[in-house]
Structure formats: C-alpha cells, structure tokens
Design a protein around this ligand. Structure first.
Ligand SMILES: [Zn+2]
Length: 255
C-alpha cells in the first residue's frame, strides 16, 4: 500500500530554449548580453498520480519567439504534448499541474490541462490578473484565463501527495512556489523554478534580475539552501544551461 503511493520517478521535459539578457538573470547586472537558457517542465509519477511541474511556453507563442529571438530553439519534439507522448501519456492523464508561477514560460501550456487540478499560490493567481506595469510583459492572461478549470489556490506550503510538497518561495513573483520531490533512490530533489535561475544563484545567493521583491527573493534562496542542507536534497535550478546538460533526459528518469 505505502509503496504504491510513494514517488516512483521524476522526468525532465525539455520545452525548448530561449535567449535572456544577463541583466534579467542577475539582479544588479547591467549587461544586455544575451545567453541561451533551457525551458524545463517536470513530470512526477507516483503509484497513482501523475503530477506535472510547469507547462512551459504556449505553442501559440513559439513562432513569434523563434522569429524574434536568435537564441531561441524549439523543435517539434520540444512541444510538451510530444514530450508527454514519448512517455506514453496524454494531457488527460495528468492529475495535477503545479505551476511555479504564471510567467509565460512556465504557464504557457496550461490550457491543455483543463481536466487536471491546477495548483498555484493564491497571491500569484491574483497578481497575474492585475500585474504592475513593469511585470505585465511576463503575464499573458490567455495562459491562465481558465475559469472553468479546477484551480487549487494555496496559501503557503502544502503536501500534495506523500513525498510531493509545495514550498512557498516568493520574491521573483508575489506567489512563487517550488516543489520538493522525495525520490526512493535519488533522495529528495527540490525543483526550484525561478526562485533560483542558475546554480550560481544558489552558490552566490544571487537574486534573479526579473524580480518583484529582491529581499524576499533572497530569503527564498536561503530557505531552499537550508532545506537542501537539512534534508540532504539536490536543488534543480530553473533555467541553468550548464546544469541542463547534465540532467537525465527521458526515457531516463530520477528514481
Ligand atoms: Zn519567471
């Protein structure tokens, strides 16, 4: 019984790459130099539940990004539906979608999962509908204007199923959340989302350049570092190109 409920596997799903300015990556940096960053989603399988962490870019947005961003790279295989298909899954097989936050590169594919429970912090959901002008370009209402969907609006940490726990890590946005996944062989993994773009954000306690509240963003980084130390967990940064080269890709998984 307990074994059936435990987490079985964590799959990394590549949803293409885009260019991003260093000034957007690191708070306080002025450099407009652009670097190529991966856009990841993750699938967690337990005995009875399929959980998706983030939904990447909207397929609708891909042609424009490919046209306007010389560092963008997006193949047919990068489409989230094709990544899921390669694992023998359809959108309807996803029970729960955890959205780290509602920026366009994390919530873009959400409309595919109207039948799933959509888990987001209530502060993020509220802010995304009425963002400040300096943040409006990151929130596309079409991505999350799904009033008929089953939204589960959280206020802080929550264990979703045994071994899968939402961790509130706001600062990058008003309601950012990360996900702790307790794997039987790999041990605990924390999917940081945009609370830590790169490993360098963890190691150097560097705040994202795109940030709603830099002080809270720093607290979130420190919180994840503390949890990782206490749990002996591995933190997966959200958009780290060097880290991404080392990540197991399907059909390989973290177990
Ligand atoms: Zn973001």
């Amino acid at each position: 019984m307990a074994a059936a409920m435990a987490v079985q596997a964590l799959y990394a799903l590549q949803n293409g790459f885009m260019g991003f300015a260093r000034a957007g990556l690191f708070y306080g940096e002025m450099s407009g130099e652009r670097v190529q960053i991966p856009i990841p989603c993750y699938l967690i399988r337990t005995g009875e539940t399929n959980i998706l962490f983030d939904t990447g870019l909207s397929p609708r947005a891909v042609p424009g990004i490919l046209r306007n961003d010389p560092l963008a790279r997006f193949t047919d295989a990068d489409l989230l539906v094709h990544r899921l298909d390669s694992l023998g899954l359809e959108a309807g097989d996803i029970d729960v979608v955890v959205l780290s936050h509602l920026h366009y590169d994390h919530a873009g594919g959400t409309e595919l999962f109207r039948a799933s429970e959509l888990v987001v912090q209530k502060d993020e959901y509220a802010y995304a509908h009425y963002p400040a002008p300096f943040f409006a370009g990151f929130y596309y209402r079409k991505n999350f204007d799904l009033p008929e969907a089953r939204w589960r609006l959280l206020d802080g940490d929550a264990e979703l199923v045994p071994g899968v726990t939402v961790l509130r890590t706001d600062g990058h946005t008003p309601g950012h959340q990360s996900l702790l996944v307790e794997l039987p062989q790999t041990g605990p993994v924390i999917l940081a989302g945009d609370s830590c773009y790169w490993q360098e954000h963890l190691d150097g306690e560097r705040v994202p350049g795109v940030v709603w509240n830099p002080t809270l963003a720093l607290h979130a980084i420190k919180r994840l570092k503390t949890l990782a130390r206490l749990l002996d967990a591995t933190v997966f940064p959200g958009h780290d190109p060097e880290f991404w080269k080392t990540v197991k890709q399907p059909p390989d998984a973290y177990r």
